[in-house]
Design a protein around this ligand. Structure first.
Ligand code: FES
Length: 567
C-alpha cells in the first residue's frame, strides 16, 4: 500500500485548511504553545492516558506519556496527550465494569471528534485494556497499545504476596486465627510496592497479554514490569512506531481478524487467565464486527493446558514470568496451535515475532508436556440453571468439588450475604452450595462479588473452598470453585431467580453441566410469583446502562447495533 502524504491525513483537514476554520485551528494550537514547525507536515498522534491519582496501577503514566511523546517527536510526528477516564479497580464502586463501555465510547469519540491520525493507548488496570481497544476498534485509526506493566513482586516475611490472591488468602488466615491483626497490617505496605497493575494472573495481566497476542502491542510489551527501564524503552519505541503505522495506514482492521481472536482465546487458556477474558473478548469482537460467541471458548477449552505457573492458579508472579521470557516464551509453547500468519503492530507476522522467543525457566512457563493443569483454564457450563451459559475457572477450583451435589443456600444480593453469612442460625456446611443473585449486568452492573467468603465458623474448621454460584463476576486474582456469569441473570428473571433454600444443585465439570434439580413445572409455578428485586439504578449513566446492557454471555455490552464484517 502506498505511504500516505500529509494532505491525506485527517489532521490536515484541521491544520492545513485555508479558510477561517483553519485559521482558528492554527490560532488555537499556537495558544497551546506550538509553532507551525511543530505540526506542519507531521501526523498528529493522540497519546490517550488513563493516568489518575485514583488509579495507582497507572501512577507512572505521566512519566511514561513523556517517553511516548519523545518517540513520536523523534519519528517526525506531533504528539497530543489526551486524558481519558481512568477505571481504577481499587476504588470504583460497585464496579469498574459499569464504566467499561463508557470509556470505550470516550476513546472512540475522542478519536472521531479530534484532529488525530492515530493513537497510542495507555491502559492496563483491568477494564481499561478492553475499553480502550473497543474504542480503537470501532474508530479504526492506526493504534498501538501500551500496557501499564505489572507491579513488582510483593514480599512479606519470606512470603511472596500476589495482588488480590494473597489478600484473600491471608484474610482467611486472620479470620481463622492463624495470624495476628498486626501481621496482617504489615502486609498493607508490602504487597503493592511499585507502580503497575496487579502482578498475579488477574484480569489486568490477562487482558494486556491478550492485547499482545492479538498484535496490538510491540512483542513482549505486556510482561515488562512497570518500574523496569525497559518499560520506558518500550514506550518510546511505541511512539516511534505509531508514526510509521500512520504513514502506512496500518489500522486494526488490517490485522485484527477472527484468527486474532482465536489466538487470544488459546493464549487465555494457556495463561490460566481471568474469567473476565471471555466477556471482554466478546465485547471487543463486537466492536471489530467479528462474530465471537461463548461456544467458541467452549470448543477450544481442551486445545491447550495451563502453562503459566502464576498465581492464583500457580506459584509465581508476573516479574518471574517476565524473567522467564514473558508472553512470547509462553506463546511459543503453543505455536503449533496459533495462526502464525496473523499480523502485529510491529509490521511482522506473529510467527516472525515469536521466532527468537526463549523460555528461561520451565517451572514458571511450563512446556506443553508438563502443564500446571491439564484442564484448559476456563470452561463453559450449561444446564437448566444457566440456559445461556456460565463459566468456571477450573484451574483455580478444588478438584474434590468439581463433581458435587449439595443443597442451595440463597442470598438475594451481596448485602444479604454479608448480613447473614456468619449467622449462627444458618444451617450451612461445607457441602452447601452458596447462591448469590441479582448481581448481573442489569441487577448491579456485574460486579466482582462472585467469590463469596467462606463463613468464619467453617474457616475455623479448616474449610477453604465451597461451591459458589452467581450471576456476578469474580476478580481474576481470586480462586475457588466459583461459577460465574450465570446467563440470563436473576434480575431479568433467569432461572437463578427461582432457586430456593434447600433445592439440590449439581455441578459436573466433566459433563460441563450445572443442574438445578427442580422440575420444570415447579419452576414455572415459581416464575408466576417472581418479581424483580434489584435496586433502581442511580444517576443518568447507570440508568442508561441498566436499560441498554446485554447479558454476560454476549459480552455485557451497551446495545449499539454493531455491524459484522467478513474477515
Ligand atoms: Fe489495577 Fe488490579 S487493581 S490491576
Amino acid at each position: 500500500m502506498p505511504r500516505k502524504t500529509y494532505k491525506d491525513l485527517r489532521s490536515s483537514r484541521w491544520f492545513a485548511d485555508t479558510g477561517k476554520a483553519g485559521f482558528i485551528h492554527r490560532e488555537r494550537i499556537a495558544q497551546a504553545g506550538y509553532s507551525r514547525e511543530d505540526y506542519e507536515g507531521r501526523p498528529a498522534v493522540g497519546v490517550f492516558s488513563t493516568w489518575s491519582e485514583l488509579n495507582p496501577c497507572h501512577i507512572h503514566f505521566r512519566e511514561r506519556a513523556e517517553d511516548v511523546k519523545r518517540g513520536i517527536w523523534a519519528a517526525g510526528g506531533f504528539p497530543l496527550e489526551v486524558p481519558c477516564m481512568s477505571l481504577g479497580e481499587p476504588y470504583m464502586k460497585p464496579t469498574t465494569m459499569l464504566y467499561r463501555d463508557l470509556l470505550a465510547m470516550e476513546v472512540e469519540e475522542n478519536l472521531r471528534a479530534h484532529p488525530l491520525d492515530g493513537v497510542v493507548l495507555m491502559g492496563g488496570c483491568d477494564k481499561t485494556t478492553p475499553a480502550m481497544l473497543m474504542g480503537a476498534l470501532a474508530m479504526d485509526l492506526p493504534t498501538i497499545f501500551i500496557p501499564s506493566g505489572p507491579m513488582l513482586t510483593g514480599k512479606w516475611r519470606g512470603h511472596t504476596l500476589g495482588s488480590g490472591t494473597d489478600a484473600s488468602k491471608w484474610h482467611d488466615e486472620l479470620k481463622a486465627g492463624n495470624i495476628t491483626e498486626e501481621q496482617f497490617k504489615q502486609m498493607e505496605t508490602a504487597g503493592a510496592r511499585s507502580a503497575g497493575h496487579c502482578q498475579t494472573m488477574g484480569t489486568a495481566s490477562t487482558m494486556t497479554s491478550l492485547a499482545e497476542a492479538m498484535g496490538f502491542t510491540l512483542p513482549g510489551a505486556a510482561s515488562i514490569p512497570a518500574p523496569d527501564s525497559r518499560h520506558r524503552h518500550m514506550a518510546s519505541d511505541c511512539g516511534r512506531r505509531i508514526v510509521d503505522l500512520i504513514w502506512d495506514d496500518f489500522k486494526p482492521s488490517d490485522f485484527i481478524t477472527a484468527a486474532s481472536f482465536r489466538n487470544a482465546i488459546l493464549t487465555l487458556l494457556a495463561l490460566g487467565g481471568s474469567t473476565n477474558g471471555p466477556i471482554h473478548l466478546i465485547a471487543m469482537a463486537k466492536r471489530a464486527g467479528i462474530p465471537l460467541k461463548l461456544e467458541d471458548f467452549d470448543e477450544l477449552a481442551d486445545a491447550v493446558p495451563v502453562l503459566a505457573n502464576i498465581k492464583p492458579t500457580g506459584d509465581y508472579l508476573m516479574e518471574d514470568f517476565f524473567d522467564a521470557g514473558g508472553l512470547p516464551a509462553l506463546m511459543s509453547q503453543i505455536a503449533d496451535k496459533l495462526d502464525l500468519n496473523s499480523l502485529t503492530v510491529n509490521g511482522k507476522s506473529l510467527g516472525d515475532s515469536l521466532k527468537d522467543a526463549e523460555n528461561f525457566n520451565e517451572d514458571v512457563i511450563r512446556p506443553i508436556g508438563n502443564p500446571v493443569s491439564q484442564h484448559g483454564g476456563i470452561l463453559v457450563l450449561r444446564g437448566n440453571l444457566a440456559p445461556d451459559g456460565c463459566v468456571i475457572k477450573v484451574s483455580a477450583a478444588s478438584e474434590h468439588l468439581l463433581r458435587h451435589r449439595g443443597k442451595a443456600f440463597v442470598f438475594e444480593d451481596r448485602e444479604d450475604a454479608f448480613a447473614r453469612l456468619n449467622s449462627e442460625e444458618l444451617d450451612i456446611d461445607e457441602n452447601s452450595v452458596l447462591i448469590l443473585r441479582n448481581c448481573g449486568p442489569v441487577g448491579r452492573g456485574l460486579p466482582e462479588w462472585g467469590m463469596l467468603p467462606i463463613p468464619d465458623r467453617l474457616l475455623k474448621k479448616g474449610v477453604r473452598d465451597m461451591v459458589r454460584i452467581s450471576d456476578a463476576r469474580m476478580s481474576g486474582t481470586h480462586f475457588g470453585t466459583v461459577i460465574l456469569h450465570i446467563s440470563p441473570e436473576a434480575a431479568v428473571g433467569g432461572p437463578l431467580a427461582l432457586v430456593q433454600d434447600g433445592d439440590e444443585v449439581e455441578l459436573n465439570v466433566d459433563k460441563r453441566r450445572l443442574t438445578l434439580h427442580v422440575s420444570d413445572e415447579e419452576l414455572a409455578k415459581r416464575k408466576e410469583y417472581w418479581k424483580p428485586r434489584h435496586p433502581d439504578p442511580e444517576g443518568a449513566w447507570r440508568t442508561l446502562y441498566a436499560n441498554r446492557v446485554g447479558q454476560a454471555d454476549t459480552g455485557a455490552c451497551i446495545d449499539c447495533n454493531f455491524a459484522e464484517r467478513s474477515c
